[in-house]
Write a protein that binds this ligand. Structure first.
Ligand code: SF4
Length: 465
């Protein structure tokens, strides 16, 4: 039984396990737990055991029956790397995924440590091979249409995407290094519910030294970093020459259009343009199209190599291939500050990483203009102007003003969000802290998923070898 889903970034859920336990603040309002616990003790119900970990071996072979390719979210009602799920069972899940390359599997976890330990261990791959040969459903000729023995389509499986949940910076710092260190075809982040601002630049560096619109219009105004050799500077400047109406701005735009590796990133790339060139390590400088130079720090005599990049080089140059963001829904939902979502959009855009805004959740932006006056003096306009300002903000639907600030406690830096419960016009009499945003409790459906006038539905294409 395929389970239909309203989750915007997938087609189907495949719950081979249900039940879980909380690990971090992102779990506080776990929708799966709330749903499952409703049925605890109801004899015969699928969730008779509530949210206790329950293996569902009868579902292991289900995807073998699905002919049409689909994106499959594995365990939306659990966490595949929970400690109570045996390695052998997880190996069977991977065996099914290897037998169904027509589907794309999306595995999301908060148990980054076990994921890395298991999938980084060559013994696990052997265990998957063992399950392919010995688990009865995989020998059923009605289900398996390909010849036997089945070669796996490579390892890591090219149709399996691995992701970690990142609700705040602390969880980013903990989980992303483990994800980046785990073999995977595609790595993604689910920043939902987003509970604080998150800086991902360490794993998702910007492609260019600055946005194209901030770059100078002439090379005379451009400053190269010291590590770029004079010959490379000349090659770039002579191609993007002012003589042909080109400039540093065009060069930077080209980096983004081509999805080039990040400027200055230390990478392993081909030495020259031949078929299967030797690999060298150096710092990347974009030239034009898919061509660049690799500055060889370890070989100053040679200075740099000529190189080019393809889809796989692009993917390898980044730790992260996809970022999903979203606010929380349901009773007691915590608000996502619009600036946190904007920041993720801007970071992904700068790094040419696809961005998907899944939902605002319960709370969403309520555009209106807060009229601030001098807090020491008070309102300086006429009574009529004050009445108009009140009516304007209320007509636009704002009910709260949303702000936050950093607090230090026990050496830990936490971002605290405040919902100021006044009508927004009452804030005209005080200075608004920087970072204030107007939001309203719209409900998930009405809040929608537009950010600054558009939806963000980008998905990854690159596959890492
Ligand atoms: S890890 Fe996921 S499924 Fe498990 S309790 Fe947390 S939010 Fe729920």
């Amino acid at each position: 039984m395929a389970e239909s889903t309203k989750i915007e970034w997938t087609d189907t859920t495949w719950n081979v396990v249900t039940g879980c336990t909380e690990v971090s603040p992102g779990c506080d309002n776990c929708y799966a737990k709330t749903f499952a616990e409703r049925w605890r003790g109801t004899a015969g119900h699928h969730f008779e055991n509530g949210f206790d970990i329950t293996l569902r071996p009868e579902r292991l072979a289900l995807p073998l029956k699905w002919r049409k390719p689909r994106r499959v979210f594995v365990n939306s009602m659990s966490d595949l790397f929970h400690k109570d799920i045996p390695d052998e069972f997880i190996a069977r899940v991977f065996a099914t995924m290897s037998l169904t390359p027509q589907h794309t599997y999306q595995i999301l976890t908060k148990r980054h440590g076990r994921m890395r330990a298991l999938l980084g261990n060559p013994e696990f791959e052997k265990q998957v091979d063992y399950e392919l040969l010995h688990f009865p459903p995989f020998a059923d000729p009605k289900l398996i249409r390909r010849s036997w023995p089945l070669p796996k389509p490579g390892w890591p499986l090219p149709n399996v995407w691995l992701g970690v949940s990142v609700e705040d910076q602390k969880r980013a710092d903990l989980r992303i290094p483990a994800l980046v260190d785990t073999p995977a075809a595609v790595r993604f982040l689910s920043c939902e519910p987003l509970l604080g601002p998150v800086d991902l630049t360490e794993w998702m560096p910007s492609i260019s030294p600055m946005p194209a619109e901030q770059a100078p219009a002439t090379w005379a105004e451009w400053t190269w970093p010291d590590w770029v050799p004079a010959k490379v500077r000349t090659q770039v400047e002579e191609f993007w020459t002012e003589y042909w109406g080109r400039s540093p701005r065009h060069w930077i735009s080209d980096m983004h259009q081509q999805g080039a590796p990040p400027f200055g990133a230390r990478l392993t790339m081909g030495d020259g343009f031949g078929h299967k060139p030797d690999q060298v390590v150096g710092r990347y400088v974009h030239c034009w199209n898919n061509i660049g130079r690799l500055v060889l720090d370890d070989d100053p005599d040679r200075e740099f190599a000529y190189t080019s990049f393809g889809t796989r080089d692009r993917a390898r140059a980044r730790g992260i291939d996809w970022v999903i963001a979203g606010g929380e829904s349901g009773h007691g939902a915590r608000a996502m500050h619009p600036d946190w979502a904007r920041s993720l959009r801007d970071q992904t855009t700068a790094a040419a990483v696809p961005f998907f805004l899944k939902q605002w959740g319960e709370w969403g932006p309520a555009p209106f203009i807060v009229r601030v006056c001098d807090p020491d003096v008070g309102w300086q306009g006429t009574e009529e102007e004050l009445a108009t300002a009140k009516a304007d903000s209320e007509a636009r639907g704002a009910t709260h003003v949303h702000t936050g600030n950093w607090l230090e406690k026990d050496g830990e830096r936490t971002y605290w969000l405040h919902e100021i419960g006044h009508k927004p016009w009452s804030l005209e009499r005080c200075a608004l802290p920087e970072g204030t945003a107007a939001i309203r409790r719209w409900g998930k459906k009405r809040a929608g998923r537009e950010l600054d006038g558009r939806t963000w539905d980008e998905t990854p294409k690159a596959v890492r070898s």
